[in-house]
Design a protein around this ligand. Structure first.
Ligand code: MN
Length: 297
């Protein structure tokens, strides 16, 4: 059974005590299994307060983040790589101490638009650092999800096959590919085939739609996406991610180009996404049963 989660920025722009308390409570109220919280600045997270909110609401947590130019482990600059490693280790401590299971997002490079392509040396350095960080994560049973994102947000992992190659190079069982329908819709030639080809390397999944608004109100073939996930037997976390200028502020607003109101009511959006995801998973599971039901007597 896939655990279903919701990104914290559906509710709040940040993770202050008040924002954390509201986001956790509302996610639980709607029926999500976990919340995905932003860990762009791990030092700003009140770990004990967060853990208490989760315990009170009975839901789990994952964290996502992206490195920045100064901590870019794919830069080829050893000083930046060391700072990047520190940032990732700090985030892992937050995941561990809040009882989290996954650290995902753009862990492999800066979360930004690059002006030049990545280099072999940069990729090698990123893989090396991530291998070291994965050892720390393994001690706390944490999985790292390397998010494959579109070309405007990283120059390292833009396609699922690059994500698989990176995981193979790192060679740690707790380093997985994190796919996202919004990014796949931009970069992949065949979204369903890319999901299938990722196979057992897939460890985390983001749903949403082409404009990052209501699920099913954009152009992503979500039926095809969920059929592909069920067909390959994916049982990992699925998080709904959506951004609107109604909630999101800087720096994420600027990096992602969130200029429009895609929605006004967070609760309506999140409730719809949960029902939509459950319905899509159910339909896809029924597809799998049709072969058995269609046998001749
Ligand atoms: Mn995503």
């Amino acid at each position: 059974m896939n655990k279903l989660g919701v990104h914290a920025m559906v509710w709040e722009a940040g993770w202050s005590r008040d924002e954390c308390a509201r986001a956790v409570a509302r996610s639980a109220e709607i029926g999500y299994d976990f919340i995905e919280a932003p860990a762009l600045d791990p030092s700003a997270i009140d770990v004990d307060f967060t853990r208490r909110q989760l315990e009170a609401s009975g839901i789990g947590i994952t964290f996502s983040m992206g490195l920045d130019a100064d901590t870019d482990i794919s830069s080829g600059d050893p000083d930046k790589a060391m700072r990047g490693r520190k940032r990732l280790e700090d985030a892992l401590a937050v995941v561990r101490d809040t009882g989290g299971t996954h650290l995902c997002g753009i862990l492999h490079s800066a979360f930004q638009k690059y002006a030049v392509p990545t280099t072999a040396a940069g990729v090698a350095m990123s893989a090396d650092i991530l291998g070291q960080v994965a050892e720390t994560a393994a001690k706390s049973g944490i999985t790292l999800g390397l998010e494959v994102v579109n070309r405007y947000e990283s120059n390292v992992l833009n396609t699922a096959s690059q994500g698989v190659e990176m995981c193979r190079r790192i060679g740690a069982p707790n380093v997985k590919v994190h796919l996202d329908v919004y990014h796949m819709n931009i970069e992949e030639s065949d979204v369903a085939a890319a999901i299938a080809d990722t196979g057992d390397h897939l460890g985390y999944f983001h749903t949403g739609d082409s404009h990052r608004g209501y699920m099913g109100s954009g152009t992503v073939d979500l039926q095809g996406v969920f059929r592909a996930l069920v067909r390959m037997g994916y049982e990992g976390p699925i998080t709904f991610e959506s951004f609107s200028s109604r909630v999101v502020g800087q720096p994420v607003e600027g990096i992602l180009g969130i200029w429009r109101n895609l929605w006004e009511n967070s609760g309506d959006l999140a409730g719809h996404a949960l029902a939509y995801t459950r319905a899509q998973l159910k339909s896809a599971q029924e597809v799998q049963k049709q072969a058995d039901r269609s046998r001749l007597p």
